[in-house]
Design a protein around this ligand. Structure first.
Ligand code: FEO
Length: 163
């Protein structure tokens, strides 16, 4: 069993993962609305991945004999100016999540919660991959600027993402 402080902090982080899922789902809807089916598909799968991140904490809390307390999930933004803004916001969001995970890791050191360090290391590694992927998409979008044929090509590529 983990300390109450750790329990609260992991419940908070679980909420962030479920919020991430909500955010990507909102971004997915924006992409579909703007006829970017490939991006819509990619974002929808990203949303599912974030749900699985939330569920990984959920299972972990139960395995440790701690209390899962689901917190309210606020409404995500739904009005975006452009596809580039969507991807920029996604990168900003991932950076925030990374910072929160680092803070949580620091707490495990204070609380001497070695088991939680193991699972958090998984999340931290996952963040490296997620930030790199989103950054790569952003850089491609910047390169192609608003050339619609290149955006359509990229959209097709995004649509190839497998679950
Ligand atoms: Fe689960 Fe993209 O952070």
């Amino acid at each position: 069993m983990m300390t109450k402080k750790m329990e609260q902090a992991i419940n908070d982080q679980m909420q962030k993962e479920f919020y991430s899922s909500y955010l990507y789902l909102s971004m997915s809807a924006y992409c579909y609305e703007n006829n970017l089916k490939g991006f819509g598909h990619w974002m929808k799968l990203q949303s599912q991945e974030e749900t699985s991140h939330g569920m990984k904490f959920y299972e972990y809390m139960i395995a440790r004999g701690n209390r899962v307390l689901l917190e309210p999930i606020e409404q995500p933004p739904h009005a975006f100016k452009s596809l580039t803004e969507v991807i920029q916001k996604s990168l900003e969001h991932e950076k925030k999540v990374t910072a929160l995970l680092h803070r949580l890791y620091e707490l495990t050191m204070k609380e001497k919660d070695y088991a939680s360090q193991g699972i958090l290391q998984w999340y931290i590694n996952e963040q490296v991959e997620e930030e790199a992927t989103v950054n790569e998409i952003l850089q491609k979008l910047k390169l192609i600027s608003d050339k619609s044929s290149a955006i359509l090509y990229l959209d097709k590529e995004m649509g190839k993402r497998a679950p």
